[in-house]
Design a protein around this ligand. Structure first.
Ligand SMILES: Nc1ncnc2c1ncn2[C@@H]1O[C@H](COP(=O)(O)OP(=O)(O)OP(=O)(O)O)[C@@H](O)[C@H]1O
Length: 865
């Protein structure tokens, strides 16, 4: 037995797209066969059937109707599959033999362009990583908008760069190596042929795509790794998208060191674009700052939040633009309203490049472009460089709007193949055809009247349907009057339908005109589409200006509404915030309820704040507020404070609490230590470090020793000397002030009131003298007996000799309820275990870490004391 020809065709095509699920078009369905069918039926809950394929056993099969295929594709993509769409390349009715079929597009998580599968205000990046020994090149693109970037990051920053871009899909020449380097799971990772990454092939691809003879104008001549990655990325796009991708027109350098790298923990801890509870908008900095009117502006603002600037001049340019709009609120508001009318031009250009636009899209383009002169006018008196540049870049493309206005009917339908798209007066020939159709109606009416007259059949009617075309209908009662020349076509219960040669002639004229006009409309529309395609570059430039303007108006609106101030960027690394507030926390409070606090840090005397204070006092809020204020300034935003002088931080690091979302299976302590190691290895004196509790995941002595050692290491100017806020429950750390240069003690004040604690939320100089943890436990509703017992233990602890290891016994006392072997080993440290644990930590990270040596020394000291 042999496979049927169609199945042979299927398998041949499937072989070329082995890593995809192949959706094979059969009439009104897309079918999947064999293993693909089993997978799809499982993932999409489709019934698995079978199809005769020429072999003894039927081929497993399942299918989805073509008109709802997008929903299914979306599901498959979100589950991590790649989908290849195989279409019929000829009309099955006209095909001689087997219908020709081929894959027209491969859809993957990183190449999705369907708006229903994309988030409006977020980019969808596909990244290509080229690993070449010690060097690496990265290229990434958002196919839906045409943005394309390259860079050559340092190997040790590769992981951070991936986190920064947050791609939906990653392709690489060496996936195992990549996983080894980044040390964790890379989303949507797949390997691609080595040849794509070879320099010559990559360069050829680049030259081809950008219509160049050499790479000089792209600035890639001496950036071999970036060029290889970019070439391979384009190759992948061409292989999967199977179109010219003419909306990808330029290549930008995402320079090392141009924007701040924020690691995953810091993004999460500061709740930049996602809250700790996993919310996408509520409770995040982006959610607060985003008052953009357009999807493009929303995407840009997100990328600003994710990539704060490092160049003081650029920061000030953005701040100038925000300041100018803050000073003229009416202008800001009017801009926001005008911008509402601008559609997502970037994603529209993707549709243009894919030849997917319909008449409605053209109307949207036209409406958007018509807003441009208004926007330009509003910026007439703009004076700062950014706004002036935006004004210059806003190109109203009048010839385009003129063309679209003349050509596209305001009520044009979505479908482009059934006419009704082109406006009257645009094409003389089209108008003639249309007239023939209108006249045709009159011809029919005339003919009808004439036939009635000739035959004497009073209710004779000429009608039309899709199957028979035009016909004469005569009811039963008049059949005796029907003349011989009538040719019968159809008999109904009450009537007969006829044809005459004359009617046939009229019909051909009318239907001919109809067909011709639909065909002509499609042709005209295609021409219009092509002329839009020719202007993609200019439209993208305008889109770029629009989105910047939108981001600025959003920042200015937030600044005015929330009474933010313009930060002054300092040169000497000093930081001084007067009456700073936490931008997101204050939003959830009534006016005046949030207590502002000051912060002063510099590169010398006040490098590090050791912050103590009871639970719930507001330590985390305070520290995050400082980090957020710095970050906002570097985005170009005003900040929630009365006054702020801020340095440009090269990195902001945070390590917060013993994070509880430990799905990864690592021990709390392990995670804590590798995060700490990461900071110690990467921070510089120009960084800002926020450390919220270190060493909680282990016993008291170990925890204290580690925290102590870490403080020493960071405070040391020779090693790091970064500006640091360090919150801790280890009051012992207060002793460091006076011994370690640059370290100062602070606490968040509380007042005891009888049994209660009153939180004052004010940061003051000095260490806290008491922990109040038990008080807070009571506030949180911990049962009374537990609280009483805790007070008891506290009292005993205060008289224990901490160094004799007698604490446990003291607590147990005579009336003990715990048996000795059940007591918490919190008070005993097991040397070997801890050392073992430490030795395993982030093997790459730990080797150079003197901090840990210090830690062991310290611990020995503590023991001997
Ligand atoms: N400056 C402030 N003004 C008003 N309310 C504040 C302020 N700072 C913090 N709060 C409120 O106090 C609560 C506790 O704050 P936070 O989590 O920062 O305390 P913490 O000292 O870090 O506590 P823990 O040590 O238990 O983690 C928060 O819910 C917050 O709403």
């Amino acid at each position: 037995m042999a496979l049927s020809p169609m199945m042979q065709q299927y398998l041949r095509i499937h072989d070329q797209y082995a890593d995809c699920l192949l959706l094979f078009r059969l009439g009104d369905f897309y079918e999947l066969f064999f293993e693909d069918a089993k997978t799809a039926s499982r993932e999409l809950e489709l019934t698995l059937t079978g199809k005769d394929c020429g072999l003894e056993e039927r081929a497993p099969m399942c299918g989805v109707p073509y008109h709802s295929v997008n929903t299914y594709i979306e599901k498959l993509i979100s589950k991590g599959y790649k989908v290849a769409i195989c279409e019929q390349m000829e009309d099955p009715a006209l095909a001689k033999g087997l219908v020709e079929r081929d894959v027209v597009r491969v859809i993957t998580a990183g190449t999705v362009t369907d708006p229903t599968m994309l988030e409006d205000k977020a980019n969808n990046y596909l990244m290509c990583i080229f690993l070449d020994g010690k060097k690496t090149g990265i290229a990434y693109t958002d196919v839906s908008t045409g943005e394309f970037y390259v860079m050559e990051p340092e190997m040790n920053l590769l992981r951070a760069q991936i986190a920064r871009v947050n791609p939906m899909e990653v392709i690489c020449n060496d996936p195992p190596q990549l996983t080894a380097i980044t040390g964790d799971h890379v989303r949507g990772l797949s390997g691609q042929p080595q040849t794509w990454f070879q320099r010559r092939n990559a360069e050829e691809m680049l030259c081809d795509h950008f219509h160049l003879t050499q790479l000089t104008s792209l600035g890639l001549t001496d950036r071999k790794e970036a060029a290889c990655a970019a070439g391979a990325l384009l190759r992948y796009l061409h292989e999967t998208q199977k179109n010219s991708l003419e909306h990808i027109r330029t290549l930008r350098f995402a320079e090392n060191g141009k924007t701040m790298l924020l690691d995953q923990n810091t993004r999460r801890n500061l709740e930049l674009t996602e809250s700790l509870r996993g919310d996408r908008r509520k409770g995040t900095l982006l959610g607060l700052l985003d008052k953009t009117s357009t999807a493009m502006g929303g995407r840009l603002l997100r990328s600003w939040v994710e990539q704060p600037l490092l160049d003081q001049k650029e920061i000030n340019q953005r701040l100038d633009a925000v300041a100018e709009l803050v000073s003229d609120r009416i202008l800001g508001m009017t801009l926001s309203e005008e911008l509402e009318g601008v559609y997502d031009l970037e994603r529209l250009m993707n549709k243009v490049a894919y030849r997917n636009v319909n008449a409605r899209d053209c109307l949207a383009l036209c409406a958007s472009l018509k807003r441009i002169p208004g926007l330009r006018k509003l910026l007439e008196n703009a004076s700062c460089s950014e706004l002036v540049r935006i004004r210059e870049e806003l190109n109203p493309l009048e010839d385009m709007t003129d063309l679209l206005e003349r050509a596209i009917h305001p009520d044009a339908p979505v479908v482009i193949t059934e006419g009704g798209i082109i406006r009257e007066g645009y094409s003389a020939i089209l108008d003639e055809y249309r007239e023939a159709q209108t006249n045709g109606k009159q011809w029919i009416l005339d003919l009808e009247a004439k036939e009635r007259e000739d035959t004497g059949i009073r209710n004779l009617r000429i009608q039309y349907n899709k199957v028979f075309g035009y016909y004469i209908e005569v009811t039963k009662s008049f059949l005796h009057l029907v003349p011989e020349r009538y040719i019968r076509k159809q008999t109904l219960t009450n009537a007969e339908r006829y044809m005459t040669p004359e009617l046939k002639e009229v019909e051909q004229k009318i239907i001919g005109a109809q067909e011709q006009s639909v065909r002509l409309e499609l042709q005209l529309f295609t021409e219009i589409r092509d002329s839009i395609a020719e202007r993609i570059g200019s439209i993208q430039q305008t889109a770029f200006a629009v989105k910047k303007l939108d981001a600025y108006q959003s920042l200015s609106r937030i600044a005015s509404e929330n009474h933010y101030v313009r930060p002054v960027m300092t040169e000497d690394g000093s930081l001084s915030i007067t009456e700073g507030r936490h931008p997101v926390v204050e939003q959830n409070m009534k006016d005046g309820e949030f207590i502002p606090n000051d912060t002063v840090l510099d590169c010398d005397e006040n490098r590090m704040m050791i912050i103590t204070g009871p639970n719930m006092a507001g330590k985390s809020t305070y520290m995050r507020q400082v980090a957020l204020i710095c970050l906002m300034a570097q985005i170009g935003s005003f900040v929630p404070a009365k006054e702020a002088c801020l340095p440009v931080c090269d990195r902001i690091f945070t390590r917060v609490g013993a994070s509880d979302d430990l799905a990864s299976g690592q021990s709390t302590f392990m995670v804590e230590m590798s995060e700490t190691a990461h900071i110690l290895r990467n921070a510089t004196r120009n960084s800002l470090i926020i450390l919220d509790e270190i060493g909680r995941g282990t016993s008291t002595f170990d925890g204290l020793s580690i925290a102590w050692a870490v403080v020493e290491y960071i405070a040391d100017k020779e090693r790091i000397g970064a500006k640091t806020l360090f919150a801790t429950h280890y009051h012992e750390l207060s002793e460091l002030e006076g011994h370690l240069e640059g370290v100062k003690n602070f606490c968040i004040s509380v007042k005891e009131h009888g049994e209660d604690v009153i939180f004052l939320r004010k940061i003051v100089r000095g260490g806290a003298d008491k922990s109040f943890g038990v008080h807070v436990a009571r506030l949180a509703g911990v049962p009374h007996p537990v609280i009483v017992r805790a007070h008891e233990i506290q009292a005993r602890l205060e008289v224990s000799d901490i160094n004799q290891n007698t604490i446990g016994q003291n607590i147990l006392g005579e009336e003990s309820v715990l048996r000795k072997n059940e007591q918490m080993d919190l008070f005993e440290y097991k040397k070997d275990e801890i050392i073992q644990e430490l030795q395993q930590i982030d093997v790459m990270a730990i080797t150079p870490m003197d901090a840990m040596n210090t830690l062991f020394l310290l611990r020995e000291k503590a023991r001997k004391l």
